[in-house]
Design a protein around this ligand. Sequence first.
Ligand SMILES: *[C@@H]1O[C@H](CO)[C@@H](O)[C@H](O)[C@H]1NC(C)=O
Ligand SMILES: *[C@@H]1O[C@H](CO)[C@@H](O)[C@H](O)[C@H]1NC(C)=O
Ligand SMILES: *[C@@H]1O[C@H](CO)[C@@H](O)[C@H](O)[C@H]1NC(C)=O
Ligand SMILES: *[C@@H]1O[C@H](CO)[C@@H](O)[C@H](O)[C@H]1NC(C)=O
Ligand SMILES: *[C@@H]1O[C@H](CO)[C@@H](O)[C@H](O)[C@H]1NC(C)=O
Length: 317
Amino acid sequence: MFKLCLVLILLIAIDANPVQSGSLSCSGNISASDVDRVHFALNLEFTEAEFFLKGATGKGLDAFNATLAKGGPPPVGAKKANLDPITKRIIEEFGYQEIGHLRAITDMTGGIPRPLINLTRENFAVFMDRAVGRRSNPRFDPYANSLNYLLASYYIPYVGHTGYVGAIPYLVYFNIKRLVAGLLGVESGQDAVIRTLLYERQNETVEEYGGVTVAELTNEISNLRNELGMCGIKDEGLCVPLWLGAENRTTSNILSADPYSLSYDRTAQEILRIMYGTGDEHRPGGFWPCGANGRIARMFLDEGCYDRDCIVCSDDN
Ligand SMILES: *[C@@H]1O[C@H](CO)[C@@H](O)[C@H](O)[C@H]1NC(C)=O
Ligand SMILES: *[C@@H]1O[C@H](CO)[C@@H](O)[C@H](O)[C@H]1NC(C)=O
Ligand SMILES: *[C@@H]1O[C@H](CO)[C@@H](O)[C@H](O)[C@H]1NC(C)=O
Ligand SMILES: *[C@@H]1O[C@H](CO)[C@@H](O)[C@H](O)[C@H]1NC(C)=O
Ligand SMILES: *[C@@H]1O[C@H](CO)[C@@H](O)[C@H](O)[C@H]1NC(C)=O
């Protein structure tokens, strides 16, 4: 463990690039209603629902409740993953939980159309390759086995979780606060389970990236998200240098949290930068190639909507 963590300290020292903290784009104080803020979260809930349901059962959201998508296009590239029985049961439960979340938000606020979601093997491989800094060989496939699926899952619920932590202080109404508190609880539980399952396998190497261990890969994914988010360190892997561990007393980091062991928060802009993979809330791509939906995401898109993106995407949204 000690040796492993030394390597990781070096990686973090090289990769972590906390910039632009305190700039306006790191502030969640944008002009948005409570409903706008939960609608923004729907983008992540749709993404998780599709990835978990399809991965565990082979069926996407439309097979369970098509009205929740509100006419938005089905995702591209999601498929049933080759999961061991326990992982399958866990992911299947997460998938149903996401349907519940979509229903809760839709029943209270009316909901928004599902955005186009890119869950292709290639999209995950592009993100993973960027995190590690080299091309996977064979190509990284999130659907190939339980370990790859969990590594891919490491990318998404955590972002939703930080988004809820970031949104709650700006909420006004009791009913919406109660809703988001409930969403946050389950979302953070999902993240914790995924991290625990990966933690148990921290020393295994990921075949597609040669000798890279699971712990190293989680660090690299977290570093990538920190770089894309552009608001400093808000994301930590499973094994960290002491100064990032709880009370500076441990290098084990099964939960990612700040120096007070409180959850990190992220703004809508940071989440868009990370999920688009462009580091720019105005430039769609990555998981949401035609942009996220709802007033908040569209506000940023409209500000900087490039002709190319608008022509390609406007018909679908
Ligand atoms: C991982 O390897 C380290 C160092 O060899 C060891 O101390 C640790 O117990 C291992 N962890 C697991 C979960 O196997
Ligand atoms: C948010 O911005 C408004 C308008 O600029 C300001 O009045 C308010 O105090 C800010 N709230 C916080 C929590 O920063
Ligand atoms: C789909 O979800 C909506 C919103 O919660 C609900 O009204 C409807 O009954 C659900 N349909 C099915 C088939 O479960
Ligand atoms: C999904 O992502 C992959 C990898 O970037 C890309 O090749 C593909 O065109 C994307 N699909 C859509 C529909 O955007
Ligand atoms: C741990 O170290 C970091 C960085 O040196 C510092 O900011 C933080 O306050 C320390 N935490 C505790 C509990 O001493």
